[in-house]
Design a protein around this ligand. Sequence first.
Ligand code: HEC
Length: 180
Amino acid sequence: MSTSEIMSISRITLLAGLLVAAPAIADSPGLGTKITEADVGAWSITILPDGTNLPPGSGTAAQGAKTYAEKCVACHGEGGKGGPYATLVSDAPLQGRGIEAPKTIKNFWANATTVYDYIRRAMPWPNPRTLSDEEVYGLVAYILSENKIIEKDAVMDAKTLPQVKMPNRDNFIVKFPDKI
Ligand code: HEC
């Protein structure tokens, strides 16, 4: 048998295999129940750079300062200037390139909306998802204001937060320009 004959036989075998497998994929074992929009909604909390999915509500730095003192200071230090964990407020410039460069919210993060997404999703470690949407707006306002990215009395909400321009914003190559 020539090599090309062997190859065409193996193609036919593969095709036959796929045809046999197709009905098996289509048939569901009939387990579980259909998931509802509301079920998904509780987990679908991703906020896009343009602010899509930001919840209703608002917060100011003054409100955020109170929550910060209660729920964040132990790990991130007075005024966010550094404790046992990440420094949230710093004027240190981004020095060096690549993974080793010390990155902060001010010198690195491209979108203010990511600060909201991150805090709501992950903080306070180890009790994530315990903050109210309003508390998160306040904390974001507090961190951005301490970093002198927004005015001290600025109100952060679904409209104002996406308009905040982060200092390092233009140094990123944007993959989805229509989402900015
Ligand atoms: C028990 C400790 C702990 C508490 C409390 C805590 N965090 Fe964190 N936080 C961490 C750890 C750990 C990380 C990730 C590791 C790191 O970057 O050092 C982190 C990272 C962060 C980051 C990302 C920083 C960056 O530049 O990557 C933000 C923003 C943040 N925390 C905000 C908060 C806020 C706001 C609160 C209060 C609601 C809070 N954290 C409470 C431990 C904590």
